[in-house]
Structure formats: C-alpha cells, structure tokens
Ligand binder design. Sequence first.
Ligand code: ADP
Ligand code: MG
Length: 705
Amino acid sequence: MNLEVLNGLLRPKSIAVVGASDSEGKIGYTVVKNLLESGYEGDIYPINPKGGEIQGLKAYASVLDVPGDIDAAAMVVPAKFIPDVARECGQKGVRGLIVIASGFSEVGRDDLETEVVEIAHEFGMRVLGPNIVGILSNSDKCNASFAPFLPLEGKAALVSQSGALLIAMDASTYIRRVGFDKMISIGNMSDVNFADMVEWLDHDENTDCISLYVEGLRDGRRFMENARNAQKPIIALKSGTSAHGAAAAASHTGSLAGSGKIYDAAFDQAGVVMASNLNNLFDRTLALSLQPPMQGENLLIITNGGGVGVLATDSAERYGIPLHFAPEEVQEELKKHMPDFGSAKNPVDLTGMAGRDWYQDSVQYAFAHEWVDGLVILYCETAMTDPMDIARGIQAAVEASGVTDKPVSVSFVGGERSEEAMRWLVENGIPAYGEPDAAVNVIAALREYARNEDMAAHPFDPFTDVDEAAAREIIKKSRAASERGLTEVESKAIFEAYGMPVARTRLSETEEQAVELAEEIGYPVVMKIVSSDILHKSDAGGVKVDLNSADEVREAFTTIISNAKAYKEDADIQGVAVQHMAPWGTEVILGSVNDPTFGPTVMFGLGGIFVEILRDVTFRIAPVSPDQAFAMLSDINGAPILEGARGETPKDRNALAQLLSRYSQMVCDLADEIQETDANPVIVYEENEGAIIVDARIILKKVEQ
Ligand code: ADP
Ligand code: MG
C-alpha cells in the first residue's frame, strides 16, 4: 500500500470541498465552517458551480479551476454526481477522495460505489467512504467533517464504521477525559478499510493507540496481518454477531461458529484487544494510549480501604489476572508504610489513615520491585486526606521509580475533589477511573495485549509428510461422479492423506462384502450407513457398534439399511461402512468452517452428542502451530477433563495438538474446495497413547454455476 497517497487523503495540506455552500444547515456549509473553525492551516477550496465567495473564501466552479494543488477532496454533492467529480479530481491530481455523501451500497447502489472506486484507482487516488462523517485531526487542526468540533486532544486514534457513533464519541471525549488525536469515519469501506487504517496509523507519529469500532471487516486476513505487524496497541469494539453461523449449520461446527466467536479468535490472534462496550472502549483506549503492556502475571493492588480492595480482587480474577501474595521481603518493606492494623498482603491495605507519604513511599517501592508486573492504586476519599495531594504523591512516586515498562492505573472513589484529582492524573499520564473495576479491567487489557503479542509471534511450520494431490484426487473423483457431498469413507481418506490417524474404514455394498471386510479389519467392528441424505447417522439408527461375528455383521447390515429407509424413504444409499472399532476413550470434536471474512478456521471442543448444547468450543483462524493448538486445549471449560481431573488420568494432549495442527493445514491447503468439515468424535486416550478419528465429514463448496 502506498502510505504517501494515504497521507494526502488523511493529513491533507489542501482540501477542496466539492458541494461547498453558503446556506446554513447544508452539509456543504458545515464542512467549510468546521475547517475554518478548527484552525486548519492548509488551503481550503470551496467548489460550487456558482463560483463567487463562500464563507469569505473564493469559490471555484470546478476543481479543475483551482490554481494550487489539492491533496484531498471532501465530497458532499449527491451520489449521482460523484463519478464525474471524481474524474475531474483525478485529472487535477487530487490524492484522496473523502466521500461524505451517502446513497451508495447502503441503499443498494453498489454499482455507483464500484464506479467511483474504479475511477479513483485509474488516477491513483484512494477513496474514504462513501457514507461517512469525514476526518478529524487535532495535530493538523483539521475538522473536515460534519462532526461539530475536534475531540479532546490526546494520543489515541478512532476509526469508526458508524458515523453517528463517531460524532457521539467525539462529543463525549470531553466528559470522559479521553483524548484522541484523530477520528476517522470509514463508512462503506469501498476502498480504504480497517486493514489500511491500521497500517497507516501504525506509521502516524501522533497516534499511540488505535481504537476501532467494527461492524464487519472486509479483508480479514490482511487486517490480521497488518494488526499483527503493528507496533502500537489496537483495541476493537465489535458489534453484531456473525450471520453466517446460522446460515451454514450443515455441520456441528457451522452451528457453533456464530456469535462473534470467529472474530474473537481472529482479534486475539492478531494481537487486537477487545472492548466489551462503549464505556469499556473509552476506558481501555485511555490506558492503552498512556501505559505500556503488562509483561508478567503479578498484579499488586494498593488501597486505603478494604471494601474497594476486595472489589478489585474480584475484578482481577474475573479479568484473568488473579492476585498472588508478594514475596516476604516486599511485604516487610511495605509494612513500614502503614499502621499495625494495615495489611501488606495483596491487596496492600494502607488503611484509611494513609496520607500522601504512605501512598508515595509504598507506590515508589512496589512499582520498582522486580516481582511487580503491574500496579493498581485505589483510594477512597476521606475527611483527613486531600485527593489532589494523594494524586500528586502517586504521580511523584511513579516518576521517581524510574519505571517505564510496567503499567499503572488508579481509581479514586469519592466526590468532586476526587474527580478533579483524577483529571489531573490523566493529564499527567496515569489513567484514572471512578470505578475500581475499570482500573483493574484496563490493566487486564494491557496484560491481554502482551499475551496476544506473544501468541501472534508463533509461526506455523507446514507439515511436509502430507499428500495434497491425493486429497484433491478424491475430491475430483467425487465431484465427477455425482452432485452428492463426500461420504464418511472419502472424508476419512482425505484426513489420512494429511497424516491424521483414522479408524480403518471400508465401504460395503452387500452383506457378504461387509462380512469379508469385517474379517479383514478384525472384530469387533462398527457399521454405519453411508448416504449423502443422512447427515446424523445415529439419529437414523444408522450406527451399530461392537459387532463380533459374521452373523452380527449380516444382521447389522440389514437393520441399518431398513432403518435408513424408514428414516428417509427416498434416501440415496451408497452402502454400509465397516470400520475398526476404536477402544473407549474421551470424545472430542475438531471442526472448521470456511469463514467469508477470515477464510478457514479451526474449532476444538469436547465432543459427543451434547456438543451443540454445551457449546464448550474454541476457535482459531487456521493454520495453527502445534503450540497454538495445544493452547486451544486449555481454552475450553472442560479443559480439566483432558488435564486429568477427579482421579482421571491426563489425556494425550500432544497427540491432539498434532492432530489439530495437521487438520488446520488441511483446511488451508484445500480452502478452495472445503466449505465445512468436522471430526466428531475423535477419541483420545491416555498420555502417549494417541487419538483416533472415528467419524469424519467434509462438506465441499458449491460449484459456481
Ligand atoms: P453420527 O455422528 O453421524 O451419528 P458417528 O460416526 O459419530 O455417527 O457414530 C456415533 C457414535 O458411535 C460416535 O459418537 C462414537 O461414540 C461411536 N463410534 C462411531 N464409530 C466408531 C468407531 N469406529 N469406533 C468406536 N466407536 C465409534
Ligand atoms: Mg459423529
């Protein structure tokens, strides 16, 4: 991507307002007025066919009449005129189009939107929007938007897919005291999207934290790559649960993939921290823009009140950074800064008698101590102490500690004086919140940021002992033979081509053939209906396990076929699969959906018939290394079952991790063919005893007509 062109679009040295107006109430009036009022120092060229003067500036009939260069053109004329104006802008050498106008894909006019982008690209221009509020930048004193004013100054940048939300957040920066250098509305994302913005803002000298309001991404993989490469923290508030989950419920995985689970996974893997709501977006943005990530697990809380200390302890556990006691030496030292009835454990309770000195001395000592990875300082307003005094003590201590690679956050609970003290703290680089839970939550965000960065650093090293060609051959044959999907037998053969252990399975068409195969495989065997019309074989009475003789096999064959016919009269039956019966073990599920935004994913969970009810599964964007796969096993609530809970022995998690990693490679290699797949169940045994796939399903992509 050409960052230079985006500089012209997003930090323009001159702006034309196409559709500028002198009549109040029109957007073309507001944008010119906002540019003037924000103190924009570049050239402003109002464009209006009538020419003349607009708000004291000389107006031009066309961008082509403008004497100087134009970096960006803000477009507020009706949608139907935009292609023509865009062409003129191209001829003029404009670098970026800020298409504020609406009336494009959001009302079904995708064609018009595509046309504008095509014209822009013909001339090497980039398009922001359409259907946006515009751009705001404090460092450029540029409000090229119809939001009323520039946000409170700060170091964060907001990119919002919703224009209304951007305007609302702009105004609330002054109440919440969270500062932004930039606010950029990206609307329909016809050209410039979140992936571009993340890359560009990562290079922007005035941005320390990238804050996103996301409804949906365009190019998920590129976004992830850019986010992963970014040196700055990124935080996202994602709205809307993914609709494709409900639409594609052919496999277990499809029905489990909804509700944003795939976005959660993608953001984690890309090192993006998530916000749970608007308040949380502001809170976390403030901390991420002021404080460094938390590199270890040890959070220390210092408080003057037991109540807020306990509340914060609960929060710490809830947000995944449970408290531990500091080493003895730390406790001994801290005891010097509190009365006898204080507590040097964690939370450190300085008691209500604590004034500036105790705060200052304990904070300075603790923050500098190597055991401490992050600090939360709580204060309840008291009659004996002055909040501003405490705030100054905290700030002085943090500064005197010389520590710059650990995060600190503060919560003051009290009245007007506490509010004022917290404003002062924020202005001095220390995030402060009226709610202890928020102070802990933001430290958790800084911990998540560090953790995600670690995770993003795991490369995937492809397995070389796989046979992609063999897998493709099976798919090709099946596609040539019929319209039906792959059978269990074919699916398993593809899994095997990727080196995954599969229960030996063969297809029989007659009773006698079934007996032959059973004898070849060895008793006991399992027999199953093979029909592309029957997805859930047990439901149809189509699975018989533990068959030990030729007679049992013959009987099972007849029963399975008649059950299948009873279940679905006109079912197209390919035969009955005969397979090795795997010994009893713990059942887990692997799955994958080919997501429209992120491409192939992998899912892991405890398997069996209750998987859709318990929904205890975890997703990743594929591929995953064996290390990443191993980490997935600990993600689910049922993890202790695999780790060996309640007298159970630990299960072979290494084998599962290998299996998951190979599986993730399979869905990536064959992403052009595979829509959904799962292996349910995979039976896993005790440590070093492996795992085996006993049921497998691959649903191919529909052939484009
Ligand atoms: P479906 O999911 O279509 O109902 P499965 O092939 O998963 O059918 O079989 C149902 C259950 O039978 C499995 O969950 C598993 O417990 C058991 N089972 C199936 N195949 C085997 C096998 N080869 N070895 C051992 N148990 C099996
Ligand atoms: Mg199954």
